[in-house]
Design a protein around this ligand. Structure first.
Ligand SMILES: [Zn+2]
Length: 334
């Protein structure tokens, strides 16, 4: 659905954000101050196909309205945060491997069923918007949000606005090349940041190490089962003093910090917000990133930048999608 032709939502007091993930759909109803008025989470079950998934997304909309005692007509707009490259103009998800989706129209069926304007935006981008508007990045004018989990995603707020680039695909920090001829990345390139510093990459390095004598401590922590090694186990082994696990984490976070330093030199940000499962390790990640910024960014770029943990956790997706809908479709600014 063309958002230009969408029904007007001026003066709306409520917005809905939907975070569409591979395992769950998390939806939130927020008021005009972006305060959460209701939350609903259901399983995605992508194996049942796009129509079933979109039906379950709509189910969360009806449930949120019912729970709040309002009609869907009281809602100003719906925002949907989706994985993968997508077309914001047409509301089509182009390629989302974890949903097994290629060229799936998401905005149109939701707009048709609800009669509301609907926007879709990349999941890391909406999380960036949420952290900027109501989370750790509040008040920052030039900010990058980075999520480090199984993959690495990011979103940019430049001059106070979400920056999506020429094709709507900006902010793929995970796919900047950090090591020529490095490990093969899911995108087809070699040595991407994601292939060196994501949770998947940390686990892979640890499994390689566990096959050698130096990795005995990691293997022991996994009860001898190499396949049981994940990034959380590596973090635990590192905290417990295992030198190999510590070296693997440090190397990953040095790549992350170097990538962030490159972005600082390019964009002169005032804040970097880092979230995602791997960032739960805390100080070791943040201290290493800050050290790499000191080492590699120009002094004027490094001096005043704040590097902070994300605040909103798993809520960032749904809240950011609601923010995106409010700002883009109704020009509403809380
Ligand atoms: Zn890549």
């Amino acid at each position: 659905m063309d958002v230009e032709k969408a029904p007007s939502a001026g003066g709306a007091r409520l917005f809905i954000g939907i975070d569409l993930g591979g395992t769950k759909i998390a939806s939130a109803l927020v008021d005009a101050d972006m305060k959460t008025m209701g939350r609903v989470t259901v399983a995605t079950r992508p194996e049942e196909g796009p129509d079933a998934v979109i039906g379950r997304m709509l189910g969360t909309v009806w449930e949120l309205c019912e729970g709040h005692g309002c009609g869907v007509g009281d809602v100003g707009a719906i925002g949907i945060g989706c994985p993968g490259p997508l077309d914001q103009e047409t509301g089509i998800v182009l390629d989302a491997p974890n949903l097994m989706w290629k060229n799936v129209s998401v905005a149109a069926p939701v707009a048709q069923a609800t009669g509301l304007p609907v926007c879709v935006e990349n999941d890391a981008n909406v999380a960036a918007l949420a952290e900027n508007r109501m989370g750790a990045g509040r008040g920052a004018r030039h900010m990058m949000y980075v999520t480090v989990s199984t993959g690495i995603g990011s979103g940019l707020i430049l001059d106070g606005r979400l920056y999506v680039g020429a094709m709507g695909a900006a902010g793929e920090l995970g796919h900047v090349t950090m090591l020529a001829d490095g490990p093969l990345c899911g995108c087809g390139n070699r040595g991407c940041l994601e292939s060196l510093a994501s949770g998947t990459a940390i686990a892979q390095r640890a499994r390689e190490a566990a096959a050698r004598p130096a990795g005995a401590g990691i293997l022991e922590a996994a009860n001898g089962d190499i396949d049981a090694i994940d990034s959380a186990l590596v973090a635990l082994a590192a905290t417990g003093g295992d030198a190999t696990a510590q070296a693997i984490m440090r190397a990953a976070f040095e790549y992350l910090g170097t990538a962030v330093a490159n972005v600082l030199n390019l964009l002169n940000l005032d804040m970097v917000v880092i979230g995602g499962g791997v960032a739960q390790v805390g100080d070791v990640l943040f201290d290493t990133v800050k050290r790499m910024i000191e080492l590699r960014a120009m002094a004027c770029m490094a001096r005043d930048v704040r590097v902070v943990p994300a605040l909103l956790g798993a809520d960032a997706g749904a809240l950011g999608a609601a923010c995106c809908a409010a700002e883009r479709l109704t020009k509403y600014v809380p």
